[in-house]
Design a protein around this ligand. Structure first.
Ligand SMILES: NC(=O)c1ccc[n+]([C@@H]2O[C@H](COP(=O)([O-])OP(=O)(O)OC[C@H]3O[C@@H](n4cnc5c(N)ncnc54)[C@H](OP(=O)(O)O)[C@@H]3O)[C@@H](O)[C@H]2O)c1
Length: 303
C-alpha cells in the first residue's frame, strides 16, 4: 500500500479513499462527479449523511470535490478515476468497490457529453465511445450494483437523462436525444421489475443548466438563443433529484416548471428554437463537407 501525500487519504491500488467519516453510513456512487451536476449530487448526498464514491476521468477535479464535501460534511469519500467510454470501465469500478469493501446503496448514472453536428459528420469511433458512455455504462453499472442492493433490501438508482429525451428530436446531436430516451425507457422497465425489492429507479430529465458540457459540445449556438429563465440552477436539479428518489415513487421526473409545461405543449417551441438556428440543412452539409465515401472530410474534428 503506497503512502498518500494527503494524510486524510489512503491510497489503495491507485484509488484514494479518505479515512474520515462513518464507515457504516450509506454510500452513493456518482459517475461524472468531477464537476457540473455530478458535483452537485455529491454535495446533496453528503449533506444527507451518505459516504460518496466519486468517479470520472480527471482525478485532480475529483479530489477537489472530495476535499470540498469532506470539509463541509465530514463524510468518507473514495475516488475512482475511470474512462467510461472504455468497455472495461464499469467492471473496473465494481471490482474496485469490492476490493475496498464498499457497499453501494445509491447509484447516480450521471457522466455524459454531447457530440455536435450531424450523424455522418463524426467518425464512428466517437459515436461508439459515446454509446458506450451513455448507454452501455449506466446499464452495466446498474446490472453490477443492483444485486447487492436487492439483497440488502435498499437501493436508489438515478439515471440522468434529459428533457431532450422526452421531446421529438430535430437534426444534429443525433445520438444524444436517442441515448437520453433510452435511459427513460430503461428506467421505466427496470423500476417495474424492481417493485417490492426496496430498490427504486428513476430517470431524471433536466432542462438546460450551465456546465462545461455546453462549452465542450459546441452547444452555445443553441443555448445563446435561450432566455435566462430557461436555465435551471444545477444545485436545485440535484436537490430535486434527491428528494424525488428518496421521498416519492416517481419514475420519470422533468426538472423545471418551464420544461414541464413545454412537455405538455408537445415540445414544439423547443423544436422551433432549434430549427431557427444557424445550422445548415443536412443535405447542404452532405454536399459540401463529405467525401465520396460519404464521411466527413475532417472526421474527428467534432465533439
Ligand atoms: N448541462 C445541461 O444543460 C444538461 C441538461 C440535461 C441533462 N444533462 C446531463 O447531465 C449530466 C451531467 O452533465 P453536466 O451538464 O453536469 O456536464 P459536465 O459538467 O460536463 O459533466 C460531465 C461529467 O461526465 C464526466 N465524463 C465525461 N466523459 C466521461 C468519460 N468518458 N468517462 C467518465 N466520465 C466522463 C466528466 O468528467 P471527466 O471529464 O473528468 O471525465 C464530468 O464529470 C450528463 O449526463 C448530461 O447529459 C445536462
Amino acid at each position: 500500500m503506497a503512502k498518500a501525500k494527503n494524510k486524510r487519504f489512503k491510497k489503495v491500488k491507485g484509488n484514494l479513499y479518505s479515512i474520515r467519516g462513518n464507515k457504516d453510513a450509506r454510500t452513493v456512487l456518482i459517475t461524472g462527479a468531477s464537476g457540473g451536476l455530478g458535483a452537485s449530487f455529491a454535495d446533496i448526498f453528503a449533506k444527507n449523511g451518505f459516504n460518496v464514491v466519486l468517479t470520472a476521468r480527471r482525478k485532480d477535479k475529483l479530489k477537489e470535490q472530495a476535499d470540498k464535501i469532506e470539509k463541509k460534511y465530514g463524510v468518507r469519500t473514495t475516488l475512482i478515476a475511470v474512462d467510461l467510454a472504455d468497455p472495461a470501465g464499469p467492471q473496473h469500478i465494481f471490482d474496485e468497490c469490492e476490493k475496498m469493501g464498499i457497499k453501494v446503496d445509491a447509484l447516480i448514472n450521471n457522466a455524459g457529453l454531447a457530440i455536435p453536428g450531424f450523424y455522418q459528420e463524426t467518425e464512428w469511433k466517437k459515436h461508439s465511445d459515446f454509446l458506450q458512455l451513455m448507454i452501455a455504462a449506466p446499464s452495466q453499472l446498474s446490472y453490477l450494483f443492483e444485486p447487492g442492493m436487492v439483497q440488502r433490501g435498499y437501493g436508489r438508482i438515478i439515471n440522468v437523462s434529459s428533457f431532450v429525451g422526452t421531446i421529438t428530436p430535430t437534426g444534429s446531436y443525433t445520438l444524444y436525444g436517442a441515448a437520453k430516451s433510452y435511459l427513460i425507457k430503461f428506467s421505466q422497465a427496470h423500476a417495474e421489475e424492481l417493485k417490492g425489492t426496496g430498490v427504486k429507479v428513476m430517470a431524471l430529465c433536466p432542462g438546460f443548466f450551465k456546465s462545461e458540457l455546453h462549452d465542450e459540445s459546441d452547444a452555445s449556438q443553441i443555448t445563446s438563443q435561450l432566455p435566462a429563465r430557461m436555465f435551471l440552477d444545477v444545485d436545485t436539479v440535484a436537490e430535486e433529484g434527491y428528494d424525488k428518489i428518496m421521498n416519492t415513487d416517481e419514475v420519470v421526473y422533468v426538472n423545471g416548471r418551464i420544461y414541464q409545461l413545454m412537455g405538455n405543449m408537445e415540445r414544439s417551441n423547443f423544436s422551433k428554437i432549434r430549427g431557427k438556428g444557424q445550422l445548415r440543412s443536412y443535405a447542404d452539409r452532405i454536399r459540401t463537407n463529405l467525401n465520396s465515401d460519404g464521411h466527413d472530410k475532417q472526421s474527428g474534428t467534432n465533439g
